[in-house]
Design a protein around this ligand. Structure first.
Ligand code: CMC
Length: 386
């Protein structure tokens, strides 16, 4: 009787997807989903996107305060010095199937870093700093390397005279990017850098809580980010816009999708009940790119979809999320669709590492409970009698 009451009490606490359940304490990021406000360490994401750089924001997320000029210069220089990856990792990537998804290539290559830097010392601040620097420096190099390797080319070495975002675009496209394009790309990285306890960050914290190494933490988070309900939605948005095809098809397409109970990619968020503030900024960045480098008719289609969806889905609190406009920005920058999620991972590595460090500071291994729904005790029938 007592046990049954306990089981009922546990069942009453159960929330599928842990919706609304606090699973950690964190000082990294705050989301006000009713008012559409996102802040990192107390700073509004709009201010960071317009006045900071991705590396400065990374420093803020991980160490809790904005760096002074000297700290930032030292961090930038360390990252720059660690951008190269071992020829062994490049050789390993050459053996990956070229038609494989770049997120899978990234997960495998991020995990392989643990083989090269295996002297784990989680209580040593210098080890933490070194691991942060390595991961922030090498993840973009590995994403760009796989892009060239799968085209049958040799990866391009990073260029020391280029800043973080410019260098990544250079390694990817073999061309030094336009400064406006690089600045906008850097702002995209800032916008994707952190978002509290989303699925991949939760995954990172669970992995971190076992006191394994940071490369395993990032590799597990990359695997979690890859799914279409999380980071993978950004490439699906473009596929969806292409499927809709033209502005006059938006209304019938949306009505059909809603009637078939299909999810509209790039819409909806567990936390936001208004338009995602990152979507607002990304939309402006997309417009700046179109002004400078030419219009994209898919943008008109996207805006029409947003307007029509406001009537149909708005009353349920479903509005564009970060993924809705990011794909259009990346497309204008000439980035292939299946690299959108790896780019999300480049940015989110900053957030994952901030949570890794925070988890280590007050660690208790994650070990939730479950509600058992299986058989009661059964007799085992020998195989010849089954
Ligand atoms: N299109 C149509 N209906 C939706 C959508 C959508 N995109 N999102 C939620 N709904 C409806 C859903 O059908 C359900 O309706 P009902 O109660 O009538 O059955 C209700 O809203 C609640 O949906 P849910 O799936 O239980 O909500 P959730 O909080 O579990 O899911 C989400 C959040 C982001 C997974 C979901 O909105 C979704 O699948 N969106 C599309 C994929 C997407 O854009 N993902 C990127 C998320 S933002 C970046 C990131 O975190 O990676």
């Amino acid at each position: 009787m007592v046990a049954e009451a306990g089981i009922q009490a546990t069942a009453a606490l159960y929330r599928p997807g842990l919706e609304g359940v606090p699973a950690t304490q964190s000082a990294v990021c705050d989301i006000d989903g009713q008012r559409g406000i996102l802040s990192y360490r107390g700073y509004r994401v709009e201010d960071l996107a317009s006045q900071s750089t991705f590396l400065e924001t990374t420093y803020l997320l991980i160490w809790g305060e904005l760096p002074d000029a000297e700290q930032l210069a030292a961090f930038e220089q360390e990252v720059q010095m660690h951008r190269r990856v071992s020829f062994r990792i490049r050789d390993m990537m050459k053996s990956f199937p070229s038609q494989g998804h770049p997120m899978d290539a990234l997960q495998a290559s991020a995990a392989s870093l643990g083989l090269f830097y295996s002297r784990r010392a989680l209580d040593n601040p210098e080890y933490i700093y070194g691991a942060v620097v390595r991961l922030i420096a090498k993840i973009p190099t590995m994403v760009a390397a796989f892009q060239l390797i799968r085209k049958g080319q040799d990866p391009i070495q990073p260029r020391d005279d280029l800043a973080y975002a410019s260098n990544f675009l250079y390694m990817l496209t073999e061309r030094e990017p336009d400064p406006l394009a690089a600045r906008i790309f850097d702002a995209c990285l800032i916008l994707h850098a952190e978002h509290s306890l989303n699925a991949s960050t939760f995954s990172a914290r669970v992995t971190a809580s076992t006191l394994t190494d940071p490369y395993a933490v990032v590799a597990s988070a990359v695997g979690t980010l890859a799914g279409p309900l999380h980071g993978g939605a950004n490439e699906d948005v473009l596929t969806m816009l292409e499927e809709i095809g033209s502005e006059d098809q938006v209304e019938p397409w949306l009505d059909r999708a809603i009637a078939e109970k299909r999810k509209i990619m790039g819409f909806g968020h567990r936390e936001y009940k208004v338009k995602d503030p990152r979507a607002v900024i990304l939309q402006k960045l997309a417009e700046q790119l179109f002004d400078a480098f030419g219009h994209d008719p898919l943008y008109d289609l996207a805006r029409k979809l947003e307007a029509v969806a406001a009537d149909r889905l708005g009353p349920k609190g479903i509005y564009p999320n970060v993924d809705f406009y990011s794909g259009l920005v990346y497309r204008k920058l000439g980035i292939p669709e299946d690299l959108f999620t790896p780019i999300f991972a480049i940015a989110r590595t900053a957030g994952w590492l901030a949570h890794w460090k925070e988890q280590l500071g007050a660690n208790r291994i994650f070990r939730p409970t479950q509600i058992y729904t299986g058989y009661a005790a059964r007799e085992l029938t020998p195989i010849e009698a089954r």
